[in-house]
Ligand binder design. Sequence first.
Ligand SMILES: [Zn+2]
Length: 156
Amino acid sequence: MLALAPITFWLLVDGYPTFAVLVAGTVLYLAMLPDVDHRIPGISHRGPTHSLLFAGVVGAAFAGAASLVEPVFSIAVPGGVSMVAFGFLLGFGAVLAHLLGDVITPAGVNFLWPYPREWSLSLTTADSTLWNWGLFALGVFAMAAAVALAAQGVAI
Ligand SMILES: [Zn+2]
């Protein structure tokens, strides 16, 4: 959410409100996706779904979906980026955001899965209430600030 706030702000200010909502919703949903490994038996937690490979696969899936959708239903993508390129960035970025959230825990993240190496900053534990709520509150605050600033038409 911290990473998302400036993007949302920029999209709102640039006059893409529908697009901003779409992007924010997709990223928030996708950011939770790597933790499906909690629910799928046989896949180790923070294994395959917590890697740059997985981020790339999700990005590619979005790029593919965008290429199918583009001819029928074209959304104005800011900055002249193609929908396919944007779809990839959206999927890849959302998973990456999740990995960056996990890397501050001692369990770490295996970015280069299947190559076995864990990266961890060991700043906190995953169940640290303070960190979870602190980061969550910070994210909500950043989002609220982005929307409020954009609503007032503040120039960047
Ligand atoms: Zn995770």
